[in-house]
Design a protein around this ligand. Structure first.
Ligand SMILES: C[S@@+](CC[C@H](N)C(=O)[O-])C[C@H]1O[C@@H](n2cnc3c(N)ncnc32)[C@H](O)[C@@H]1O
Length: 245
């Protein structure tokens, strides 16, 4: 019964990603999704967690399954693609540390690892110990735990001591992380990737890309863009800026 659920889920995700990519006429992402085995790889690895969460889904809207919706996977692939392009332009071939703030199930790290992103270490930071232990197990299952660290910490108290240049700080949870010390404390020169969105009931939300961008001042903006997407409930825009702090 459980594996049938999982199969259906996988097929649905494949189809919806395809449809969303098609709708956005984003040929590059379409080809990316077509050619990558990332979906099956990450979902297969998550099968036991998906089984586990079928028992807690109703009580918990934040589920493993919820972190692999098509819009979120597309957002992570988009992040990887644009970040790789920016690093090429900066002539950075290898990154020391990648901090992922509000890492949830570790899906950003999963995409980066599956795409062989050139980082010595990926550091998942989340204030919720349950998510950290889950992302730890997933990294183990997928075989990249040797290059991943996990921290149970409020992102606002991170001291970025491993962020030797060149390093990257990623926050795709800007809608959820309250406070801005996590941003103000980022060492100057660090490459910073931020994603946020509109149309959400979280405590923070931005109505436009420029509004989002003006909240996070960078020394140099290297990429700015938005994607029209759809989550299980509503259409929305996902913003992304990449810059140097
Ligand atoms: C629900 S997820 C949202 C993820 C985002 N939409 C994405 O696709 O990447 C937000 C995560 O941020 C974490 N979080 C919230 N506040 C935090 C804080 N102050 N420090 C670290 N993690 C935090 C939550 O525990 C949760 O795992």
């Amino acid at each position: 019964m459980m594996s049938i659920n999982f199969t259906v889920h996988t097929v649905n995700i494949d189809q919806s990603i395809w449809m969303i990519s098609l709708k956005n006429k984003n040929k590059k992402l379409m080809n990316e999704v077509k050619s990558t085995d990332l979906l099956s790889k990450s979902l297969k690895s998550c099968v036991k967690y998906l089984m586990r969460i079928t028992q807690i889904t109703e009580a918990s809207p934040l589920t493993v399954e919820g972190s692999f919706t098509p819009d979120l996977l597309i957002s992570k692939l988009w992040l990887w693609e644009e970040l790789s392009r920016v690093l090429d332009r900066l002539d950075i071939q290898q990154v020391n540390a990648v901090y992922v703030l509000g890492s949830w199930t570790g899906s950003v790290g999963m995409v980066l690892a599956a795409k062989h992103f050139p980082a010595d270490t990926i550091i998942n930071v989340d204030s919720d110990p349950n998510w950290i232990s889950m992302s730890q197990e997933i990294a183990q299952d997928m075989g990249f735990s040797d290059r991943t660290q996990h921290m149970i910490k409020d992102a606002n108290s991170i001291d970025y001591r491993q962020a030797r240049s060149p390093s990257v700080v990623i926050n795709t949870s800007t809608n959820d992380i309250v406070g801005r010390d996590w941003f103000d404390n980022i060492p100057p020169g660090t490459v910073v990737v931020l994603q946020g969105r509109d149309a959400t009931i979280t405590t923070q939300s931005w109505d436009s890309l420029s509004e989002f961008e003006s909240d996070w001042p960078m020394r140099q903006i290297l990429f700015r863009g938005q994607l029209p997407l759809q989550d299980p409930e509503t259409k929305y825009h996902r913003y992304m800026i990449i810059g140097q702090r």
